[in-house]
Design a binder for this molecule. Structure first.
Ligand code: C2O
Ligand code: CU
Ligand code: CU
Length: 538
């Protein structure tokens, strides 16, 4: 029998107990294999109500149901979608805000330190589970695909919000089906506020505008069209030919002559945006994935890859009523499979791509129109938040960072030559609870076939990290300052980030957030091993 550490079994056992308690699952067996197996999962779930922890007093208690629905996006037939719908049982109803006429789920607003209960109910005709992207929660609350529940069943989430103020989001995570489920509409924002943020005094209420960017393709019958499922299309990732903002086409944001906080989420399956203002003003960035930056930074343009968030400060105080501009996506070279390097006319470069709007094409994302004069002068704060200095030398592997190579093998994207297996963790994917580490990702691409090089947005579950180095830079327009959970790595680039596994042992994911890549298996588990009895083996 393969060596397994005792704390690993303890983890399995605790995980199993908690899992049984929360989801009401049946017997779990342990499988022997070449890697670290976790648990078998099957059987029926019970009503979450009877399973809720009675000592857990939630500040916000909601039901979140995923179900087929329809929404009138265009004149004529409504569009069939899948949607998250919420009911508030306890807490302020204004914290859960639906977006009118949108397929998106409600925006959930919470404060740091609050206790949240979410009773997820799956009414989809297939398995699903919800993941809280960017939130630091225990493994059992993270929405790992091994916790999927079938149609008609429930999963109970109870956790305390301990993230910094920032723009997080939630979406499904069933293995192999994340792409299609998000595409059909299953996604929503999860916005956290805290004291530090409130003290800064940023634009709020109607001047704090979340904007979810996604691309979709609709048929003449107004219905969504997803990828044909061909390998080449899957390899490239799905690209729609219409840009939706908050679930709406041809989006225009009416603004007043004052300062705005625009929170942008790239909720697209695989499209990367190279954002810039059409009128040439620089972008003022105040926040990224894990909340506010230390101080604002300026860029002429900024890349936003799937899963990433960016917060912009925009002031229209010197604009006239009637002034119009747009946030645009500039053309760029995706470096191979994206299609632009080889020129428009050549089919090879655009293989598997949406020919109408390939990745790297230029387009308008949304329009802004100044519609109202207000006397409201709000200066951009010089200091936004406090961010601890990077202490790379505190990393246990400072001299020898953990290496990850993003490559393609046999028409399959992989990480270190491996693809996702539900409960598999390789020896080099185990980290020690309480340790700081440096992880290094190399986008070496498809090897000899240069056209197979692609950008990969790499995402780590459960943690925010700090980018400490980016080399082989092929583009500018990154905001690597501040806290991140998803980082874009262009072909030929290498990045290093520093991450601390300060609490929550267990099994978490890291993966490419190009959802088609993720669904193909460009995703792996990492295991946070408990410090106690770290070197004792069975
Ligand atoms: Cu946005 Cu695995 O997550
Ligand atoms: Cu995530
Ligand atoms: Cu990828």
């Amino acid at each position: 029998m393969k060596k397994r550490s005792k704390e690993f079994w303890t983890y399995c056992e605790n995980d199993r107990r908690q899992f049984l308690k929360l989801a009401g699952y049946g017997t779990l067996g342990l499988i022997t294999g070449g890697f670290w197996p976790l648990s078998d999962y099957s059987a029926a779930a019970q009503s979450p109500k009877t399973l809720a922890d009675t000592e857990f007093l939630p500040d916000l208690d909601i039901s979140l149901t995923a179900r087929p629905s329809e929404v009138a996006i265009f004149p004529g037939d409504p569009t069939q979608i899948w949607q998250y719908q919420a009911v508030v049982h306890r807490g302020n109803k204004n914290r859960v805000v639906e977006i009118p006429r949108s397929y998106l789920g409600p925006t959930i607003r919470v404060r740091q330190g609050e206790k949240i209960r979410i009773r997820f109910k799956n009414l989809l005709p297939e398995e699903s589970i919800v993941h809280w992207h960017g939130l630091h929660v225990p493994a059992i609350m993270d929405g790992h695909p091994r916790y999927v529940i079938p149609q008609g069943q429930s999963y109970l989430y109870e956790f305390e919000v301990n993230n910094r103020a920032g723009t997080y989001w939630y979406h499904p995570h069933p293995h192999g089906r994340t792409g299609p489920q998000v595409y059909r509409g299953l996604a929503g924002l999860f916005i956290v506020s805290d004291e530090e943020e409130r003290a800064v005094g940023l634009p709020d209420d109607e001047y704090d505008v979340p904007l979810v960017l996604q691309d979709r393709t609709f048929g003449t019958d107004n219905q969504l069209i997803y990828t044909s499922g061909h390998r080449m299309e899957q390899m490239a990732g799905f690209l729609g030919d219409m840009i939706m903002v908050n679930g709406l086409p041809d989006f225009t944001l009416p603004v007043s002559t004052c300062a705005y906080r625009l929170r942008l989420l790239n909720g697209s399956n695989s499209r990367i945006y190279k954002l810039a203002w059409k009128d040439g003003r620089p972008l003022t960035i105040i926040g990224t994935d894990g909340g506010l930056l230390e101080r604002p930074v300026r860029r002429q343009y900024v890349f936003l890859s799937p899963g990433e968030r960016i917060e912009l400060w925009t002031d229209f105080y010197d604009s006239q009523v009637g002034y119009e501009t747009s946030l645009i996506s500039l053309p760029f070279d995706t470096g191979g499979m994206g299609g632009r390097r080889m020129g428009r006319g050549m089919m090879m470069g655009g293989m598997g791509q949406n020919q109408n709007l390939p990745n790297g094409a230029g387009f308008s994302v949304f329009n802004i129109k100044v519609t109202q004069r207000v006397e409201k002068d709000q200066p951009l704060p010089e200091q936004l938040s406090e961010i601890s200095p990077l202490q790379q030398d505190e990393a246990v592997n400072f001299l020898n960072p953990r290496q990850f190579f993003l490559t393609m093998q046999h028409m399959q994207w992989s990480i270190n030559g491996r693809v996702f297996q539900m409960e598999e963790v390789a020896d080099d994917e185990i980290v020690q609870l309480g340790s700081k580490e440096i992880w290094e990702f190399h986008n070496t691409g498809g090897g000899m076939m240069n056209m197979m090089n692609m950008p990969h947005p790499i995402h780590l579950h459960g943690k925010q990290f700090r980018v400490i180095e980016r080399s082989g830079v092929m583009h500018e327009g990154y905001v690597d300052e501040g806290w991140k959970d998803t980082v874009l790595i262009m072909p030929g680039e290498r990045i290093r980030f520093l991450v601390e596994f300060d609490d929550y042992p267990g099994l978490f994911l890291y993966h490419c957030h190009n959802l088609e890549h993720e669904d193909m298996g460009m995703m792996r588990n990492y295991f946070v091993r408990d410090t106690i009895s770290s070197d004792r083996h069975i």
